[in-house]
Design a protein around this ligand. Structure first.
Ligand SMILES: [Mn+2]
Length: 494
């Protein structure tokens, strides 16, 4: 299926498509006489093709005026305008999307756009770039896009493209060109008084030989300033439309967890449980899992990034699952821990309740009113964890607690990326419409400094919260986390 050679079959298919085009032209010519228009005869979805969902091709997903599902053109315009507004006169912004990335020779990974580029453009095909130049037009800047051009021969293999005209029509570009011309325009853009761009992503058209040479040259000549931190400053506060999408995203993933809990049984494998979560997310509208999930039975959960997910789930163990779907670009990031056989043992119950108490106390702090940062919540979570553990027989010093038992941070920003806005530090005070995760965990190694009945147990409970003025909004509230709810859910097998 990945063979790139243009076979004779390919040529004949192309012939068929050209023939179809001719038929359409015939219909068009006839139309004035019969009073029938092309749009009556050819389904609207087949009249034009694009490289991503549009209101024409996916009317069930998108409303008129939207560039991507849930996000209108006005919102993308606002993003670009707000960015350009803060830049000095004579600024140029150069942003490149990703190219196709490969698992092995011709086998490609599912395409995922560079999120800063998609945030600014909404354009979701590989090998695209955009130059924004500040000027004194009423718009305040000029937007030039470089996209894969329409090409019947290439589109026959790789699927439809939006093309140069589509970039102007749907993505508001003042000018758009075949991406092969990008290096030429880049050369000019790099002459601007202030240039904002990031290190070219390895697979982007910015990394192509000509472009790299130019960028290196410009960097040696004078300062090219980083772009991403500026975009992240905007991305950290979510708009109402973004929050709506994140609500959907969280809800879809939470429902997938319910189904996964109902389905879990001793003897199933971690890999099968992964497949179940992937299936349940996609069946509800996710396009892809937002990251490689952790599906860790028993002590496998002791390693934070266990993603082999290749062992059988054992009776009597807990399973720790860190998984989330992506919905129209917006990630969810949920962790739940539940008993493989559906019933917590007494030590599991005690340890679980300790983590749950910390999770709930920290979620309450996700408000402006609390005047706190993610680092601040982390400090609270460590203190509470120590108290909770003391109640059930742990004696911990700070090293044991923060390096061994609870070695990670309580949370991070969440959005288009799972670890969203990764260059912005976590000591800034939480503001309304930031979205963060709260994910305290406990991982008890086989070490007799810790009570024996808890050894080998790993528990994490992670929710996604929209920071509110006085109250947080928990995007992942549908995913059961109270012990009684989890046991009820696990007992409710299909
Ligand atoms: Mn997380």
């Amino acid at each position: 299926m990945y063979c790139q050679a243009r076979s004779s079959l390919g040529v004949s298919l192309l012939g068929a498509r050209l023939a179809a085009t001719r038929t359409t032209r015939l219909i068009q010519r006839k139309a004035p006489f019969s009073g029938t228009t092309v749009s009556d005869l050819v389904p609207e979805t087949h009249q034009r093709s694009f490289g991503q969902p549009t209101v024409y091709s996916h009317p069930y997903l998108m409303k008129k005026g939207e560039v991507t599902p849930g996000l209108p053109a006005t919102e993308y315009e606002r993003r670009r305008a707000n960015l350009m507004k803060v830049l000095p006169e004579g600024s140029a912004v150069i942003s490149a999307g990703y190219g196709t990335r490969y698992m092995s020779n011709n086998v490609f990974y599912p395409f995922h756009q560079n999120t800063d580029f998609s945030y600014l453009s909404g354009f979701n095909e590989p090998d695209a770039a955009m130059i924004l130049e500040k000027n004194d037009s009423s718009r305040g800047y000029k937007q030039t896009m470089f996209v894969p051009p329409k090409s019947p021969a290439d589109e026959l293999w790789d699927g439809p493209r939006t093309g140069v005209d589509g970039a102007k029509e749907l993505f508001a570009a003042d000018e758009a060109y075949d991406n092969a011309r990008f290096p030429m325009f880049l050369k000019d853009a790099l002459q601007a008084k202030h240039v904002f761009m990031d290190k070219p992503p390895a697979s982007s058209i910015l990394a192509a030989s000509d472009a790299t040479r130019l960028v290196d040259f410009a960097k040696n000549q004078r300062s090219v300033k980083p772009l991403s931190v500026l975009v992240q400053e905007m991305r950290i506060i979510k708009s109402d439309n973004e929050i709506e999408l994140m609500k959907q995203s969280g809800h879809i993933s939470a429902k997938a967890f319910i189904e996964a809990m109902k389905w879990t049984q001793p003897g199933y494998s971690e890999s099968q449980l992964w497949a179940k979560l992937d299936y349940e997310c996609r069946m509800r509208g996710s396009s892809i899992l937002a990251y490689v999930p952790v599906v860790a039975g028993g002590p496998n959960g002791l390693s934070m990034h266990y993603v082999r997910n290749d062992m059988k789930l054992r009776d009597g163990d807990l399973v720790l699952v860190d998984c989330g779907g992506e919905y129209h670009g917006y990630a969810s990031d949920i962790t739940r821990t539940w008993p493989v056989n559906g019933k917590f043992t007494e030590p599991q119950r005690q340890l679980y309740q300790a983590v749950l108490n910390v999770n709930k106390a920290c979620i309450k702090l996700c408000t402006e009113q609390a005047k706190i940062s993610l680092h601040g919540i982390h400090a609270v979570s460590a203190r509470l964890m120590k108290e909770e553990l003391a109640k059930i027989g742990f004696q911990t010093n700070r090293w044991d607690l923060e390096r061994i038992l609870y070695p990670h941070h309580v949370g991070h920003y969440l959005g288009l990326d799972v670890h969203d806005c990764h260059d912005l530090d976590r000591s800034r005070r939480l503001k309304k419409n930031m979205v963060i995760t709260i994910e305290p965990g406990i991982y008890v190694p086989y070490d007799d400094r810790f009570p024996r009945e808890y050894q080998g147990t790993a528990i994490r409970i992670e929710d996604n919260c929209v920071v509110g003025e006085e109250e947080p909004y928990v995007l992942t509230a549908t995913a059961p986390k109270e012990i009684v709810d989890i046991e009820f859910c696990c007992a409710n097998t299909n």
